[in-house]
Design a protein around this ligand. Structure first.
Ligand SMILES: Nc1ncnc2c1ncn2[C@@H]1O[C@H](COP(=O)(O)OP(=O)(O)OP(=O)(O)O)[C@@H](O)[C@H]1O
Ligand SMILES: [Mg+2]
Length: 414
């Protein structure tokens, strides 16, 4: 009987909740089930209605369970965003007593870097080492085993508001899963979309979701900046609805079917048929008018990104340019407009193929959930099942492992 790790990734987005169930074995990943359900209950990436969010999560999980033919799931790796997220860089330094730097020294120096004043309503979600410095040698990725007397670390710290983190945890738990790992969404998207070469060279990932646009800037293989911008695809749709005086769902349809952000790339002869309020006659709108509305919003979004990059002095680090992902990246002309506004090369980022499910998941809207899945493999305590069913011995062993796993994962949170 083959033993497989069954992993669950859960992306609770503003427009959709996506669940991926995968089996990890010696041969690699196999995606067993996918569930994607419209999300109700979130605003700008944060939970605003517990019941509606729970229902959306449940529906997404159930869909994935049916496809996978698995009923007993326990843990999930969950993504988090929302404009309550605040990230900053910090550093720490410790003296090293022994001849060689040990893993314990590394833990100590990371603890020292964490010792910054964080407001009482915030929790630390991630402390991500950027580089270590041993005595006067900088740029070290792994200092264990090196000789030195002084160990320094530079870290990127991600924090979020405790009540909002707890709301997300509560929703996932009420939907029947344990969130054993919580990962910032743009970190997850970077994992599935960016290559190590790109992260080494220096790139900025822009994940345009429904409610937020998430930014992650990488240089020398390390995360140097991350930020959640409270502007997303929904704003593009709203603009179109207001400008064309049409209902939101009709604006969404036009955006997805005919959306374009560069008026000069839109054929001036093409007109789009739009339906106003029920009972009114459909009207023909030039495609260039659609492009002007969407283009103005896209330009505003990229200008916000540009201002952040300038404010944080990151422009010189982004040698490789911008990689745009998330469902909102699919509007025609977006990469060209980004290149023009941000004055660096830009491209649309697709998640790389994993799990043998073919092209279905090769969509920028699945970048986050696939990144969460890739990150969930780093968990020591994924669910162990035999042929997709736990026997009682496995069950008690599993419960034991959950205990320590849960404490470890949440020691930063609570
Ligand atoms: N083909 C398409 N063309 C244009 N826009 C699209 C397309 N497909 C999806 N979108 C837009 O992408 C957005 C949703 O993206 P995504 O699924 O990445 O968001 P989310 O993860 O639910 O939200 P968030 O990350 O903000 O919480 C919506 O605004 C939707 O209109
Ligand atoms: Mg998203």
């Amino acid at each position: 009987m083959e033993t497989k790790n069954v992993l669950v990734a859960l992306d609770v987005g503003t427009t959709k909740v996506c669940t991926v169930i995968a089996a990890e074995s010696a041969e690699g990943f196999q995606i067993l089930g996918v569930g994607s359900h419209p999300s109700h209950g979130l605003k700008k990436g944060s939970v605003v209605n517990i019941d509606k969010t729970v229902q959306s999560i449940k529906a997404s999980i159930d869909e994935a369970k049916v496809m996978a033919g698995i009923d007993d799931l326990h843990d999930a790796t969950v993504g988090i965003a929302g404009n309550h997220i605040f990230c900053f860089n910090s550093s720490g330094v410790v003296p090293c007593k022994g001849k060689e730097i040990t893993a314990a020294d590394v833990d100590r120096v990371i603890e020292a870097a964490k010792a910054v004043l964080i407001p009482s309503d915030r929790e630390v979600l991630h402390v991500i080492p950027q580089e270590f410095k041993v005595d006067n040698t900088s740029g070290i990725k792994d200092p264990v085993g090196m000789c030195g007397t002084r160990l320094e670390v530079y870290v990127h710290i991600v924090t979020g508001k405790t009540p909002l983190i707890q709301n997300l945890i509560k929703c996932v738990e009420q939907a029947g899963l344990r969130p054993n790992q919580i990962i910032l969404q743009p970190i997850a998207s970077s994992r599935s979309v960016l290559t190590s070469e790109e992260k080494e060279l220096g790139v900025a990932l822009i994940d345009i979701g429904g409610g937020t646009t998430d930014l992650a800037v990488w240089k020398d293989g390390a995360l140097v900046h991350s930020q959640i911008i409270p502007l997303g695809g929904n704003h593009f749709t709203n603009d179109l609805a207001v400008a064309l005086k049409i209902p939101h769902n009709e604006a969404e349809r036009i955006k997805i079917q005919n959306g374009i952000v560069l008026p000069e790339q839109a054929d001036p002869r093409v007109h789009v048929s739009v339906q106003g309020l029920t009972g009114t006659r459909a009207k023909e709108v030039p495609l260039t008018a659609v492009a002007e509305v969407l283009g103005a919003r896209a330009e505003e979004l990229f200008t916000v990104v540009k201002d952040i990059i300038a404010d944080k002095n990151l422009a010189t680090l982004i040698t490789g340019g911008y990689v745009i992902t998330g469902g909102g990246a699919m509007i025609r002309g977006l990469a060209d407009l980004a290149e023009y506004t941000l004055e660096k090369p830009a491209k649309i980022g697709y998640p790389r193929p994993i799990g043998g499910i073919g092209n279905v998941m090769q969509d920028p809207k699945f970048s986050t959930v696939l990144g969460l899945l890739l990150d969930s493999t780093q968990q020591e305590n994924s669910i162990q099942v035999r042929s997709h069913k736990s026997d009682s011995a496995d069950e008690s062993d599993f419960m034991g492992r959950i205990g320590s796993s849960f404490k470890n994962v949440f020691k930063d949170l609570f």
